[in-house]
Design a protein around this ligand. Sequence first.
Ligand SMILES: [Zn+2]
Ligand SMILES: [Zn+2]
Length: 165
Amino acid sequence: MPTDEQYHDGGCTCRYVRYRMTSSPMFVHCCHCRWCQRETGTAFALNALIESDRVQLLQGEVEIIDTPSNSGKGQKIARCPRCHIALWSHYAGAGEALSFIRVGTLDDPDRFPPDIHIFTDSKQPWVVLPPGIAAMPEFYKASEHWPQESLERRAALRAKSPQRQ
Ligand SMILES: [Zn+2]
Ligand SMILES: [Zn+2]
């Protein structure tokens, strides 16, 4: 039985939607692409990548909005149907088996700082990246940056949804 410390709860602004990550994420992206800048209205997006079967809806429901994406393949954004805050996204590739949780919607977002900065080619110039953390001009290979445990989790996820490889 996991302790409460292993749960990471979050929700929208009106508190209709409450969710729980039942473990830590595999990896955390800080994405500086123009698309994330526009979608957030800020300088970057902070996404915690986690298996969707480790995300539980505790309360409410989400509305899935088909949204264009940088890749051209689109993304599905899970939003609160009332206040429309974006809680997580699914992208083409792993599809709905993998959730990109918006770290800022967690009750304790400080727990998950970025593991990598991506698309730094379009980083806003005032954002100064900390030393000692990977920063990629565009995307990257998970095999070169993820910890072994996370790569094993990703492999297990792919084994469960082989049609998406
Ligand atoms: Zn809401
Ligand atoms: Zn982005």
